[in-house]
Design a protein around this ligand. Structure first.
Ligand SMILES: [Zn+2]
Ligand SMILES: [Zn+2]
Length: 95
């Protein structure tokens, strides 16, 4: 995460609006991408907050019945599948 003053207009990756010249933008994203990801300062912190909120939600995920999927695995040595365990599609944890 890097804060910088923009010298040309960029498009904010979160709200898709342009960041005006001279405004403080936040440069973020994995270095493997050749295109830089710019955010408004506000949008960046909003994104972080929503990430945090999501993580907190996942921590106490209620595993709703309709979001569960049964994972089927092969019985060793046979070509038959059997239901192995249930997985929650929200938090990805085994139930
Ligand atoms: Zn924005
Ligand atoms: Zn869950």
């Amino acid at each position: 995460m890097k804060k910088l003053k923009t010298r040309k207009t960029h498009t904010c990756c979160r709200c898709k609006r342009s960041i005006p010249i001279g405004a403080i933008a936040v440069l973020d994203g994995p270095p493997v991408y050749t295109t830089n990801m710019y955010y408004h300062l506000r949008c960046y912190y909003g994104r972080e907050a929503s990430k945090l909120r999501f993580n907190r939600f996942v921590m106490k995920c209620p595993h709703p019945e309709k979001m569960r999927v049964t994972v089927w695995t092969y019985i060793p040595g046979e070509c038959v599948k059997e239901p192995d365990h249930d997985e929650c599609r929200i938090c990805g944890r085994y139930i």
